[in-house]
Design a protein around this ligand. Structure first.
Ligand code: 5GP
Length: 199
């Protein structure tokens, strides 16, 4: 069985990457890496499904005990990727999606240079603000904070292998599926799998 792909998906808050991921993982080929965070759950978010919700103290213990592959602070909260899950899923042939912000993505690049890095952008900053206001999950203060961070993040698109403009959701999803299909046809991906088989 061939190993799966590691896919890192970033993009500013409101770029729609969360919705894209929700659609992608309907296909069981994909598996989402569940992050730990100190952010409070939003309405409808469940422990162990959307995030592992932690206190700051518990999160800092996870850092100290080296339980996270990467972690970063985003608008005042910690977010991090638990270790074991990714390797296990990839070995089982699943394509693992890490939906994480830019700083964490760059840490993953150091650890897994073979991962595929995809950056999702909104059609414009105005559209981004409309989406953040429209989804009604954050206060105005947090929205402004996230917009500020979005501008910083948008400047970092060159760190990624691909940029997907999320204007129409269906097209954005199709584009990501195409990227994944093409990445699996790379000679390097083939080579990696042969090496693993011969081990
Ligand atoms: P939200 O609070 O909107 O769920 O997430 C805020 C930001 O944190 C998003 O850009 C999201 O991709 C990012 N994020 C979620 N999980 C992780 C993680 O495990 N590590 C890092 N570095 N960022 C994460």
């Amino acid at each position: 069985m061939s190993q799966g792909l590691k896919i890192v998906l970033s993009g500013p808050s409101g770029s729609g990457k969360g919705t894209i991921v929700k659609e992608l993982i309907k296909d069981k080929q994909f598996q989402l890496s569940i992050s730990a965070t100190t952010r409070a759950p939003r309405q409808g978010e469940e422990e162990g499904v959307h995030y592992f919700f932690k206190t700051r103290e518990a999160f800092e213990t996870m850092i100290a005990q080296n339980e996270l592959l990467e972690h970063a602070q985003f608008c005042g909260n910690y977010y991090g990727t638990p270790k074991a899950f990714i390797e296990d899923s990839v070995k089982n042939g699943k394509d693992v999606i890490l939906e994480i912000e830019v700083e964490g993505a760059m840490q993953i690049k150091e650890i897994y240079p073979e991962a595929v890095f995809i950056f999702v952008v909104p059609p414009s900053l105005t559209e981004l603000e409309n989406r953040l206001v429209g989804r009604n999950t954050e206060t105005r203060e947090v929205i402004d904070q996230r917009l500020g961070r979005a501008k910083e993040e948008l400047a970092l698109y060159k760190q990624y292998d691909y940029v997907v403009v999320n204007d129409r959701l269906v097209e954005a999803i199709e584009e990501i599926q195409c990227i994944v299909r093409a990445e699996k046809l790379r000679s390097s991906f083939y080579g990696q799998n042969i090496e693993n088989e011969n081990r």
